[in-house]
Design a protein around this ligand. Structure first.
Ligand code: SAM
Length: 328
Protein backbone atom coordinates (compact mmCIF):
# COMPACT_ATOMS: atom_id res chain seq x y z
CA UNK A 1 0.00 0.00 0.00
CA UNK A 2 1.31 3.46 -0.90
CA UNK A 3 1.43 6.36 1.47
CA UNK A 4 -1.93 7.39 2.94
CA UNK A 5 -3.70 10.32 1.41
CA UNK A 6 -6.88 12.19 2.21
CA UNK A 7 -8.86 12.72 -0.98
CA UNK A 8 -12.28 14.35 -0.94
CA UNK A 9 -15.33 13.67 -3.13
CA UNK A 10 -14.12 16.20 -5.68
CA UNK A 11 -10.68 14.65 -6.10
CA UNK A 12 -8.85 17.24 -4.03
CA UNK A 13 -5.98 15.99 -1.86
CA UNK A 14 -6.09 17.46 1.63
CA UNK A 15 -2.55 17.97 2.85
CA UNK A 16 -2.83 21.18 4.84
CA UNK A 17 -4.37 21.94 8.25
CA UNK A 18 -4.96 25.40 9.66
CA UNK A 19 -4.81 24.90 13.37
CA UNK A 20 -6.43 27.53 15.56
CA UNK A 21 -4.86 27.44 19.03
CA UNK A 22 -7.13 30.11 20.53
CA UNK A 23 -10.15 32.19 19.54
CA UNK A 24 -8.84 35.10 21.61
CA UNK A 25 -7.13 38.08 20.12
CA UNK A 26 -5.48 41.20 21.48
CA UNK A 27 -6.71 43.24 18.51
CA UNK A 28 -10.26 44.05 17.42
CA UNK A 29 -10.13 44.47 13.65
CA UNK A 30 -13.56 45.87 12.90
CA UNK A 31 -14.16 43.43 10.05
CA UNK A 32 -13.22 40.40 12.13
CA UNK A 33 -14.19 40.34 15.78
CA UNK A 34 -17.08 42.28 17.35
CA UNK A 35 -15.95 45.14 19.63
CA UNK A 36 -16.18 44.28 23.33
CA UNK A 37 -16.66 40.63 22.43
CA UNK A 38 -16.12 38.53 25.54
CA UNK A 39 -18.03 35.37 24.94
CA UNK A 40 -14.88 33.36 24.44
CA UNK A 41 -14.95 29.67 24.86
CA UNK A 42 -13.78 28.42 28.19
CA UNK A 43 -10.23 27.13 28.05
CA UNK A 44 -11.54 23.77 29.33
CA UNK A 45 -13.08 23.39 25.94
CA UNK A 46 -9.86 24.10 24.13
CA UNK A 47 -7.84 21.15 23.05
CA UNK A 48 -4.79 20.68 25.24
CA UNK A 49 -1.33 20.51 23.64
CA UNK A 50 -1.41 16.73 24.14
CA UNK A 51 -4.73 16.51 22.32
CA UNK A 52 -3.56 18.76 19.51
CA UNK A 53 -0.40 16.71 19.08
CA UNK A 54 -2.49 13.55 18.91
CA UNK A 55 -4.91 14.91 16.30
CA UNK A 56 -2.11 16.33 14.20
CA UNK A 57 -0.25 13.04 14.45
CA UNK A 58 -3.35 11.35 12.98
CA UNK A 59 -3.52 13.93 10.20
CA UNK A 60 0.16 13.46 9.43
CA UNK A 61 -0.32 9.69 9.14
CA UNK A 62 -3.16 10.44 6.72
CA UNK A 63 -0.91 12.52 4.49
CA UNK A 64 -1.06 16.05 5.88
CA UNK A 65 2.30 17.72 5.29
CA UNK A 66 1.69 21.34 6.15
CA UNK A 67 0.38 22.92 9.34
CA UNK A 68 -0.27 26.58 10.01
CA UNK A 69 -0.81 27.86 13.55
CA UNK A 70 -3.47 30.52 13.64
CA UNK A 71 -6.31 31.92 15.76
CA UNK A 72 -7.48 34.40 17.15
CA UNK A 73 -3.97 35.53 17.84
CA UNK A 74 -1.88 32.40 18.36
CA UNK A 75 0.73 34.19 20.48
CA UNK A 76 -1.99 34.83 23.08
CA UNK A 77 -1.86 31.12 23.88
CA UNK A 78 0.78 30.38 26.51
CA UNK A 79 3.58 28.02 25.63
CA UNK A 80 3.20 28.26 21.86
CA UNK A 81 6.90 27.48 21.18
CA UNK A 82 6.45 24.23 23.10
CA UNK A 83 3.50 23.24 20.91
CA UNK A 84 5.39 24.28 17.79
CA UNK A 85 8.34 22.06 18.75
CA UNK A 86 6.02 19.09 19.25
CA UNK A 87 4.27 19.59 15.93
CA UNK A 88 7.48 20.17 13.99
CA UNK A 89 8.74 16.82 15.32
CA UNK A 90 5.75 14.83 14.04
CA UNK A 91 6.79 12.39 11.30
CA UNK A 92 5.38 13.62 8.00
CA UNK A 93 4.99 17.29 8.92
CA UNK A 94 7.28 19.12 6.52
CA UNK A 95 6.17 22.69 6.89
CA UNK A 96 5.09 24.51 10.03
CA UNK A 97 4.05 28.13 9.69
CA UNK A 98 2.29 30.80 11.71
CA UNK A 99 -0.24 33.56 11.09
CA UNK A 100 0.13 36.40 13.55
CA UNK A 101 -0.62 40.07 14.05
CA UNK A 102 2.96 40.42 15.40
CA UNK A 103 1.98 42.50 18.46
CA UNK A 104 3.77 40.00 20.71
CA UNK A 105 6.40 38.82 18.30
CA UNK A 106 9.29 40.91 19.64
CA UNK A 107 9.41 38.73 22.77
CA UNK A 108 8.88 35.37 21.09
CA UNK A 109 10.50 35.49 17.65
CA UNK A 110 13.73 33.67 18.52
CA UNK A 111 11.97 30.88 20.47
CA UNK A 112 9.37 30.33 17.76
CA UNK A 113 11.96 30.15 15.04
CA UNK A 114 14.11 27.76 17.07
CA UNK A 115 11.00 25.64 17.70
CA UNK A 116 10.69 24.89 13.98
CA UNK A 117 8.38 27.54 12.55
CA UNK A 118 10.06 28.55 9.33
CA UNK A 119 7.81 31.21 7.88
CA UNK A 120 5.11 33.61 9.02
CA UNK A 121 2.19 35.58 7.66
CA UNK A 122 1.53 38.92 9.32
CA UNK A 123 -1.68 40.95 9.06
CA UNK A 124 -1.01 44.59 8.44
CA UNK A 125 -3.78 46.76 7.03
CA UNK A 126 -2.22 50.20 7.45
CA UNK A 127 1.17 51.85 7.90
CA UNK A 128 -0.36 54.91 9.54
CA UNK A 129 -0.51 54.69 13.34
CA UNK A 130 -3.85 56.49 13.75
CA UNK A 131 -5.54 54.56 10.98
CA UNK A 132 -4.07 51.31 12.25
CA UNK A 133 -5.62 52.08 15.63
CA UNK A 134 -8.99 52.79 14.06
CA UNK A 135 -9.01 49.53 12.13
CA UNK A 136 -7.57 47.25 14.81
CA UNK A 137 -7.77 49.06 18.16
CA UNK A 138 -4.05 48.38 18.58
CA UNK A 139 -0.63 50.02 18.29
CA UNK A 140 1.33 49.98 15.07
CA UNK A 141 4.71 50.49 16.77
CA UNK A 142 4.37 47.15 18.56
CA UNK A 143 3.64 45.39 15.28
CA UNK A 144 6.65 47.06 13.66
CA UNK A 145 8.90 45.97 16.54
CA UNK A 146 7.54 42.46 16.15
CA UNK A 147 8.10 42.44 12.41
CA UNK A 148 11.69 43.59 12.74
CA UNK A 149 12.33 40.97 15.44
CA UNK A 150 10.86 38.30 13.17
CA UNK A 151 13.06 39.40 10.34
CA UNK A 152 16.14 39.33 12.58
CA UNK A 153 15.20 35.86 13.88
CA UNK A 154 15.37 34.52 10.34
CA UNK A 155 11.78 33.73 9.33
CA UNK A 156 11.59 33.49 5.55
CA UNK A 157 9.52 34.39 3.78
CA UNK A 158 7.61 36.93 5.85
CA UNK A 159 4.33 37.60 4.09
CA UNK A 160 2.35 40.72 4.83
CA UNK A 161 -1.42 40.23 4.52
CA UNK A 162 -3.41 43.37 3.85
CA UNK A 163 -7.20 43.25 3.71
CA UNK A 164 -7.91 45.97 1.15
CA UNK A 165 -11.07 47.96 1.86
CA UNK A 166 -12.43 50.74 -0.31
CA UNK A 167 -12.43 54.10 1.49
CA UNK A 168 -10.61 52.57 4.48
CA UNK A 169 -7.06 51.74 3.39
CA UNK A 170 -7.07 51.31 -0.39
CA UNK A 171 -5.09 54.54 -0.76
CA UNK A 172 -2.16 52.75 0.95
CA UNK A 173 -1.62 49.85 -1.44
CA UNK A 174 1.27 51.64 -3.18
CA UNK A 175 2.89 52.55 0.15
CA UNK A 176 2.59 48.94 1.23
CA UNK A 177 4.39 47.85 -1.95
CA UNK A 178 7.26 50.28 -1.18
CA UNK A 179 7.39 49.12 2.43
CA UNK A 180 7.66 45.46 1.43
CA UNK A 181 10.33 46.19 -1.18
CA UNK A 182 12.35 48.06 1.46
CA UNK A 183 12.18 45.23 4.01
CA UNK A 184 12.29 42.20 1.73
CA UNK A 185 8.78 41.01 2.66
CA UNK A 186 6.25 39.33 0.38
CA UNK A 187 2.93 41.16 0.05
CA UNK A 188 -0.56 39.72 -0.29
CA UNK A 189 -3.74 41.63 -0.79
CA UNK A 190 -6.96 40.02 0.44
CA UNK A 191 -10.61 40.69 -0.36
CA UNK A 192 -12.99 41.07 2.60
CA UNK A 193 -15.16 38.04 3.19
CA UNK A 194 -18.67 38.13 4.67
CA UNK A 195 -17.90 36.09 7.76
CA UNK A 196 -20.15 36.79 10.75
CA UNK A 197 -21.87 40.15 11.23
CA UNK A 198 -18.53 41.93 11.48
CA UNK A 199 -17.29 40.59 8.16
CA UNK A 200 -20.62 41.42 6.53
CA UNK A 201 -20.53 45.01 7.79
CA UNK A 202 -17.09 45.35 6.18
CA UNK A 203 -18.52 44.14 2.90
CA UNK A 204 -19.67 47.74 2.34
CA UNK A 205 -15.96 48.37 1.77
CA UNK A 206 -15.47 45.34 -0.45
CA UNK A 207 -13.09 46.06 -3.29
CA UNK A 208 -12.46 43.74 -6.24
CA UNK A 209 -8.69 43.19 -6.26
CA UNK A 210 -8.58 43.31 -10.04
CA UNK A 211 -9.20 47.02 -9.60
CA UNK A 212 -6.32 47.27 -7.11
CA UNK A 213 -4.07 45.52 -9.59
CA UNK A 214 -5.02 47.98 -12.34
CA UNK A 215 -4.18 50.88 -10.03
CA UNK A 216 -0.80 49.39 -9.12
CA UNK A 217 0.03 48.85 -12.76
CA UNK A 218 -0.02 52.60 -13.23
CA UNK A 219 2.77 52.99 -10.68
CA UNK A 220 4.78 49.76 -10.93
CA UNK A 221 5.86 47.40 -13.67
CA UNK A 222 4.17 44.12 -12.69
CA UNK A 223 5.21 40.88 -14.36
CA UNK A 224 3.56 37.48 -13.78
CA UNK A 225 5.42 35.68 -11.02
CA UNK A 226 5.34 32.48 -9.07
CA UNK A 227 5.71 31.80 -5.39
CA UNK A 228 6.73 28.33 -4.21
CA UNK A 229 3.96 27.08 -1.92
CA UNK A 230 1.99 30.16 -2.83
CA UNK A 231 -1.41 28.60 -2.16
CA UNK A 232 -4.48 30.37 -3.51
CA UNK A 233 -2.80 33.70 -4.24
CA UNK A 234 -2.12 34.76 -7.83
CA UNK A 235 1.35 36.29 -7.87
CA UNK A 236 3.06 39.05 -9.78
CA UNK A 237 6.56 40.40 -9.34
CA UNK A 238 7.53 44.06 -9.33
CA UNK A 239 10.10 44.33 -12.14
CA UNK A 240 13.61 45.17 -11.00
CA UNK A 241 12.88 44.11 -7.39
CA UNK A 242 12.53 40.86 -5.43
CA UNK A 243 9.01 41.75 -4.35
CA UNK A 244 6.25 39.29 -5.08
CA UNK A 245 2.68 40.43 -4.68
CA UNK A 246 -0.15 37.92 -4.26
CA UNK A 247 -3.82 38.62 -4.84
CA UNK A 248 -6.17 36.51 -2.74
CA UNK A 249 -9.57 36.82 -4.34
CA UNK A 250 -12.07 34.54 -2.60
CA UNK A 251 -14.96 36.66 -3.82
CA UNK A 252 -14.12 37.93 -7.29
CA UNK A 253 -12.32 34.75 -8.48
CA UNK A 254 -12.80 31.91 -6.04
CA UNK A 255 -10.20 29.15 -5.96
CA UNK A 256 -12.14 26.35 -4.29
CA UNK A 257 -11.25 23.81 -6.98
CA UNK A 258 -7.67 23.80 -5.69
CA UNK A 259 -8.56 23.85 -1.99
CA UNK A 260 -6.24 21.50 -0.12
CA UNK A 261 -7.05 22.38 3.47
CA UNK A 262 -9.28 21.93 6.48
CA UNK A 263 -9.43 23.98 9.67
CA UNK A 264 -9.29 22.79 13.25
CA UNK A 265 -10.82 25.27 15.71
CA UNK A 266 -9.46 25.74 19.23
CA UNK A 267 -12.34 23.69 20.67
CA UNK A 268 -11.53 20.72 18.44
CA UNK A 269 -14.21 21.30 15.80
CA UNK A 270 -12.91 20.42 12.38
CA UNK A 271 -14.32 22.71 9.69
CA UNK A 272 -14.21 21.57 6.10
CA UNK A 273 -14.59 25.02 4.54
CA UNK A 274 -14.12 28.59 5.72
CA UNK A 275 -17.41 29.57 4.10
CA UNK A 276 -19.63 26.61 5.05
CA UNK A 277 -20.73 24.98 8.27
CA UNK A 278 -19.85 21.32 7.53
CA UNK A 279 -17.88 20.12 10.55
CA UNK A 280 -16.93 17.31 12.85
CA UNK A 281 -16.47 17.69 16.62
CA UNK A 282 -13.23 15.88 17.44
CA UNK A 283 -13.11 16.77 21.12
CA UNK A 284 -15.76 14.24 22.23
CA UNK A 285 -13.83 11.53 20.42
CA UNK A 286 -10.53 12.54 21.99
CA UNK A 287 -12.01 12.74 25.47
CA UNK A 288 -14.23 9.71 25.01
CA UNK A 289 -11.35 7.28 24.63
CA UNK A 290 -11.28 6.80 20.85
CA UNK A 291 -8.16 4.95 19.75
CA UNK A 292 -5.93 6.13 16.88
CA UNK A 293 -7.69 3.97 14.29
CA UNK A 294 -11.08 5.41 15.29
CA UNK A 295 -9.69 8.92 15.16
CA UNK A 296 -8.28 8.40 11.67
CA UNK A 297 -11.55 6.84 10.53
CA UNK A 298 -13.51 9.84 11.84
CA UNK A 299 -11.19 12.26 10.01
CA UNK A 300 -11.59 10.29 6.77
CA UNK A 301 -15.38 10.45 7.08
CA UNK A 302 -15.24 14.17 7.81
CA UNK A 303 -13.28 14.78 4.63
CA UNK A 304 -16.20 13.23 2.74
CA UNK A 305 -18.29 16.16 4.00
CA UNK A 306 -16.04 18.77 2.41
CA UNK A 307 -18.28 20.86 0.16
CA UNK A 308 -17.34 21.73 -3.39
CA UNK A 309 -17.04 25.46 -2.72
CA UNK A 310 -17.95 28.35 -0.49
CA UNK A 311 -21.02 30.45 -1.31
CA UNK A 312 -19.93 33.83 0.04
CA UNK A 313 -21.36 35.48 -3.03
CA UNK A 314 -24.62 33.59 -3.39
CA UNK A 315 -25.39 33.37 0.35
CA UNK A 316 -23.48 36.14 2.10
CA UNK A 317 -25.64 35.77 5.25
CA UNK A 318 -24.77 32.15 5.71
CA UNK A 319 -21.65 32.03 7.87
CA UNK A 320 -22.36 33.01 11.47
CA UNK A 321 -18.84 32.32 12.71
CA UNK A 322 -16.53 35.23 12.49
CA UNK A 323 -13.01 34.65 11.30
CA UNK A 324 -11.21 34.20 14.60
CA UNK A 325 -13.59 31.37 15.60
CA UNK A 326 -12.55 29.16 12.70
CA UNK A 327 -8.99 30.32 12.39
CA UNK A 328 -8.05 32.65 9.57
N1 SAM B 1 -4.24 36.87 14.42
C1 SAM B 1 -3.62 36.24 13.28
C2 SAM B 1 -3.37 37.26 12.20
O1 SAM B 1 -3.57 38.46 12.46
O2 SAM B 1 -2.93 36.89 11.12
C3 SAM B 1 -4.39 35.05 12.71
C4 SAM B 1 -5.87 35.12 12.63
S1 SAM B 1 -6.57 36.39 11.62
C5 SAM B 1 -8.29 36.02 11.82
C6 SAM B 1 -6.14 35.84 9.98
C7 SAM B 1 -6.41 36.79 8.85
O3 SAM B 1 -7.81 36.83 8.61
C8 SAM B 1 -5.96 38.21 9.06
O4 SAM B 1 -5.07 38.57 8.02
C9 SAM B 1 -7.25 39.00 8.98
O5 SAM B 1 -7.03 40.26 8.41
C10 SAM B 1 -8.11 38.12 8.12
N2 SAM B 1 -9.56 38.35 8.24
C11 SAM B 1 -10.33 38.36 9.34
N3 SAM B 1 -11.63 38.60 9.04
C12 SAM B 1 -11.69 38.74 7.69
C13 SAM B 1 -12.74 38.98 6.75
N4 SAM B 1 -14.01 39.15 7.14
N5 SAM B 1 -12.41 39.07 5.44
C14 SAM B 1 -11.12 38.90 5.02
N6 SAM B 1 -10.09 38.65 5.84
C15 SAM B 1 -10.36 38.58 7.16
Amino acid sequence: MGPMRLIDRFGRTIEYVRLSVTDRCDLRCFYCMPKGFRDFQEPDHWLTFDEIERVMGAFARLGVRRVRLTGGEPLVRKGLPDLARRLAALPGVEDLSLSTNCTRMARHATDLHAAGISRINVSLDSLRPERFRQITGGRLDKVMDGLMAASAAGFAPIKINMVVMGGVNDDEVGDMVEFCIEHGFTLRFIETMPMGDTGRSASDHYLDLREVRRRLERRFDLVPGVMPGGGPARYVQVAGTDLRIGFITPISQHFCETCNRVRLAADGTLYMCLGQEHNLALRPLLRGGADDAELEQAIRRAIDLKPERHEFREKPGQVVRFMSMTGG
